[in-house]
Design a binder for this molecule. Structure first.
Ligand SMILES: C[S@@+](CC[C@H](N)C(=O)[O-])C[C@H]1O[C@@H](n2cnc3c(N)ncnc32)[C@H](O)[C@@H]1O
Length: 368
C-alpha cells in the first residue's frame, strides 16, 4: 500500500498540513488546474490518501476531535470572545501571577485551550517548555502570538481536542482557563480528569488548583419580565397572549430555565453568598456532583431564582472570582429560574440542591 504514496502525494499532503479541509485546498489549486484529467488525477490521489489513513474525512475528524472549525476570526463573535477575555485585566493578571508562582524554568507545562496563546506565552517566558492544545482555528492566532514573542521554540501547539491528542511527553504542570459563563460548561472537569490520567506526570500540579461555587437567593421577576413583554406585544395587535404565559408556567414547572446576568445588569439580591460546591482539581475523580446549600434571606422579596458565581484558587494565594460584590470580570453569572416563585422575609432559610452532570450542566432546584 505505501508504494502508492509518491512525491506528488507527499506534496499534496503538505497542503493539508495546518488541518485545512479539502475544499480549502482545492480552492487554492483549482484555478491553475487544467486540463480536467489533472483534476481527476488529483481526486484519485486524495481518495488514496484517505484510504491509507493519511488524510481524514470530515466525519472522522469530528469523531477523533481533530477537526478544526471555522476560520480564525472569520466572524466578529470569535474575535469578540477572545478580545473580551484578553481585555479582562483581573483574569489576565491573576493567571499571570499564578504562572509566575508555579512555572519553574525548564519544566514542561501543558496548556489545554490555548485560545490566542497568551497563557502559553507567559509560561514560556518563565523558561518552561510548553505543550499547548487548542481545538479551534484560533490556534492560527496562537501561532502568530508565539512567533511575535521572543521565546524561541519553547511553545509547541497541537491542534485538536485535548481528549484526542497524544503528547510526546507528560507535563509537570497543567495550566488551563476553561471556565465559562455557566462555570463548568467549557469542560474544565472533563479536561482536567483526562489530562491527569494521560498527559501529566505523577505529582504534577494544576492551575487552577480548586474551584468553589457560591449561590445567592435572587428576586429576578423572570415571569413578570416575560409577562410584560408578551402583554405589550399582544396589546399592539389586540390579541391576548395569556396562553403563552400559561405555557411558560407549565414549562417552568417541568424544566429549568437558565439566564445569564452580565456586569452592570441588576437584580434584587435577597441574601449573602453561600458556598454550594468545592472541587479540588488535583483530587476530583468524577465529573458529576450533587450537593446541598442553605441560602439565608436578609431582604424581604419574591424569590424566583438562584444566581451562581465561581471562586478559582489558581494557586496558593492567587484567587479569581466573579462574585457579584467583586470587581467586574468579562464573565456573566448564570441565573437558575426556580419552578415557582415564593415570598420570603429576613430570617428565612431556603434549601437548594445543586447538581452537575457533564451533558446537561448545573441545575439548581429547591431541596425536596
Ligand atoms: C476560555 S478560552 C481561554 C483561551 C486562552 N487560554 C486565554 O486564557 O485567553 C478556552 C479555549 O479553550 C479551547 N478548548 C476548550 N476545551 C478544549 C479542549 N478540551 N481541548 C482543546 N481546546 C479546548 C476553546 O476552544 C477556547 O479557545
Amino acid at each position: 500500500m505505501t508504494a502508492k504514496v509518491g512525491p506528488r502525494s507527499v506534496a499534496l499532503l503538505e497542503l493539508f498540513g495546518d488541518g485545512r479541509s479539502c475544499a480549502e485546498v482545492l480552492s487554492t489549486m483549482v484555478p491553475g488546474l487544467e486540463p480536467p484529467e489533472l483534476i481527476s488525477d488529483l481526486l484519485d490521489k486524495l481518495t488514496q490518501l484517505i484510504e491509507l489513513g493519511m488524510l481524514q474525512s470530515a466525519d472522522e475528524q469530528e469523531q477523533s476531535g481533530t477537526a478544526l472549525r471555522a476560520e480564525p476570526f472569520q466572524t466578529f463573535d470569535q474575535f469578540d470572545y477572545h478580545a473580551r477575555m484578553l481585555s479582562d485585566a483581573r483574569r489576565v493578571t491573576a493567571y499571570a501571577d499564578a504562572i509566575a508562582a508555579m512555572v519553574a524554568p525548564n519544566s514542561v507545562v501543558l496548556e489545554i485551550g490555548a485560545g490566542t496563546g497568551i497563557l502559553s506565552v507567559l509560561a514560556a517566558k518563565r523558561g518552561a517548555r510548553v505543550l499547548s492544545i487548542e481545538r479551534e482555528n484560533v490556534i492560527e492566532m496562537a501561532r502568530q502570538m508565539v512567533a511575535e514573542a521572543d521565546i524561541g521554540d519553547r511553545v509547541t501547539l497541537f491542534a485538536g481536542k485535548s481528549g484526542a491528542v497524544e503528547l510526546p511527553e507528560r507535563a509537570d504542570l497543567l495550566v488551563c482557563e476553561l471556565v465559562g459563563n455557566r462555570i463548568l460548561n467549557e469542560g474544565l472537569l472533563e479536561s482536567v480528569l483526562d489530562a491527569r490520567r494521560r498527559l501529566l506526570r505523577a505529582g504534577a500540579s494544576v492551575v487552577p488548583r480548586a474551584l468553589r461555587v457560591v449561590a445567592y437567593p435572587i428576586e429576578y421577576g423572570f415571569r413578570e419580565r416575560y409577562g410584560e413583554r408578551l402583554q405589550g406585544a399582544g396589546a399592539r395587535v389586540g390579541i391576548s397572549l395569556q396562553p403563552m404565559l400559561r405555557w411558560l408556567d407549565e414549562y417552568l414547572s417541568k424544566h429549568q430555565v437558565v439566564d445569564e446576568l452580565g456586569a452592570g445588569e441588576s437584580v434584587n439580591v435577597l441574601g449573602p453568598a453561600t458556598r454550594a460546591l468545592e472541587v479540588d482539581l488535583l483530587d476530583v475523580e468524577t465529573a458529576g456532583f450533587e450537593s446541598a446549600a442553605a441560602l439565608h434571606i436578609h431582604e424581604a422579596g419574591r424569590l424566583d431564582a438562584v444566581l451562581l458565581a465561581f471562586e478559582l484558587e489558581l494557586c496558593a494565594g492567587v484567587e479569581l472570582d466573579n462574585r457579584i460584590e467583586s470587581a467586574p470580570t468579562h464573565w456573566k453569572n448564570p441565573l437558575y429560574v426556580l419552578p415557582a416563585a415564593r415570598n420570603v422575609r429576613p430570617g428565612d432559610r431556603f434549601d437548594v440542591r445543586l447538581r452537575y452532570e457533564s451533558q446537561s450542566g448545573f441545575s439548581v432546584l429547591p431541596a425536596a
